[in-house]
Design a protein around this ligand. Structure first.
Ligand SMILES: Cc1cc2nc3c(=O)[nH]c(=O)nc-3n(C[C@H](O)[C@H](O)[C@H](O)COP(=O)(O)OP(=O)(O)OC[C@H]3O[C@@H](n4cnc5c(N)ncnc54)[C@H](O)[C@@H]3O)c2cc1C
Length: 412
């Protein structure tokens, strides 16, 4: 049994803490904020098994002027952030080739294809089976060119084993009558599912962790003490040093600065996304619906209908542009004509994103008692349970079928 500190109490950190606890370790989680208020707070809530094809696709470079021009577009680059984000963006664009896109999708598939099983066993272990809603998601397309824009991604995802069924748009309305009847095309993504509430997911997991003897310390990590290739302790907000034998860095976008402290350079940015929860939507939607040309999804959570998505390349110091959240709500009426948009609660979140879209899960070469688990981009909720297990396997030196080389922290 080891004393282990997990830094960060988002979905990834708490999943790692639970998996380590299940292995018999004594685990402390450091979390300065209210539980589950990191990126998970603004999530669409999808267990997005087929979301494996990166955004860095051939032709991306030609889209850059457009990204800069329209601050309300589904994919946008803040002009004020452009220079600061340039090094990250150049690496991102360097991945926009066919062979790299396939390699990234293959590496993400390796993780996401085991995610539902890992998630289900996590839910059943902690008594929250009602969290997973096992219904496919539906993507909606206006016309041929709208559908064609997803063609390459769908073909690659199918090739790698995803189940995507194309249907006429009117059938989407038959499956879920809340959806407008006049979309020309739709696709049903059978491997996906969604959670009843992303915030409850994280807080239920925390409760389970505490009930089994786990400790949560309300502080952020401010630095580290180290000797001979090992971390000794982490420095808290009040200056105290907390010692442990193993450390897990799972602080979402906050992991970038912490990793730099221990000499690991992670080229990570926090790609902004927006969420609005409608408490009285006035429609009875049963499935998660994605409207790719608007860049958002709509998920029927237990307490609100969540309209969430878009990607904004905005540097870490920039503030949310709430107009982007409002635009999503306005566009959602195209999908759900009877939608009541009153009294919405808005949130913004930063997806911890690596330029090669692969998460970081592994030990840095320079430190023998640290595991980094971050950079999950748009898949953090999907991969929380899986990452937790992988982190526990690494610390236990257990062999697994998952090849961890593509996710190594020293790969850049
Ligand atoms: C609009 C939107 C929609 C999304 N939809 C989906 C989806 O449908 N499916 C999906 O799988 N993913 C989705 N995501 C992505 C997903 O939300 C993230 O990948 C995931 O939440 C990342 O989890 P995390 O635990 O790594 O980070 P976070 O949830 O950000 O948690 C990190 C935690 O670390 C803490 N922390 C930070 N710095 C420190 C420090 N120095 N010391 C201690 N603690 C620290 C923070 O307070 C925070 O609580 C979406 C994201 C957005 C923004």
């Amino acid at each position: 049994m080891k004393k282990i500190i997990v830094i960060g109490g988002g979905v990834v950190g708490i999943s790692a803490a639970l998996a380590l606890q299940a292995d018999g370790h004594r685990v402390t989680v450091l979390e300065p904020d209210r539980i589950g208020q990191g990126a998970s707070w603004a999530s669409c809530g999808c267990i997005a098994i087929g979301e494996i094809v990166p955004l860095s696709q051939p032709g991306l470079l030609w889209k850059v002027p457009g990204l800069l021009m329209d601050p309300e577009a589904p994919l946008a680059l803040r002009p004020a952030s452009a220079l600061r984000m340039l090094p990250w963006f150049l690496r991102f664009v360097a991945n926009a080739t066919d062979p790299k896109m396939r390699a990234i999708a293959t590496d993400l598939a390796q993780l996401t294809f085991r995610a539902t099983a890992d998630f289900k066993s996590q839910m059943s272990e902690y008594g929250i089976k009602d969290m997973l809603v096992e219904r496919p998601i539906i993507k909606l397309f206006e016309d041929d060119s709208d559908k064609a824009s997803m063609g390459a991604a769908f073909n690659l995802a199918r090739d790698l084993g995803c189940t995507i069924e194309d249907i006429p748009g009117a059938e989407a309305h038959d499956i879920d009558p809340a959806i407008a009847p006049d979309f020309q095309y739709a696709s049903v993504l059978r491997d996906w599912s969604f959670v009843a509430d992303s915030v409850r997911l994280v807080s239920d997991l925390h409760r389970a962790f505490l009930a089994r003897g786990g400790e949560v310390v309300a502080s952020d990590a401010r630095g580290f003490e180290r000797t001979d290739g090992l971390l000794q302790s982490v420095r808290l907000q009040n200056g105290d040093l907390l010692e442990a034998e193993e450390f897990v860095l799972a602080a979402g976008i906050g992991s970038k600065a912490l990793a730099a402290e221990i000499g690991v350079k992670l080229p990570m940015e926090g790609l902004m996304g927006y969420w609005t929860g409608l408490p009285e939507p006035g429609v009875d939607l049963k499935h998660t619906v994605f409207y790719p040309s608007g860049g958002f999804g709509i998920t029927p959570h237990e307490n609100a209908l969540a309209i969430a998505g878009t990607i904004e390349f905005a540097s870490l110091s920039s503030k949310p542009n709430w107009r982007r959240a409002d635009v999503l709500v306005e566009r959602a009426r195209r999908v759900l004509p009877r939608l009541n948009t009153e009294n919405g609660e808005r949130r913004a979140g930063r997806r911890p994103f690596m330029p090669d879209t692969r998460p970081v899960i592994g030990r840095p070469r320079s430190l023998g008692n640290v595991v980094i688990a971050t950079g999950h981009g748009q898949l953090g909720l999907t991969l929380g349970a899986t990452t937790g297990r992988v982190v526990a396997d690494i610390i236990a030196n257990r062999r697994t079928d998952t090849n961890l080389t593509p996710y190594g922290p020293d790969r850049f």
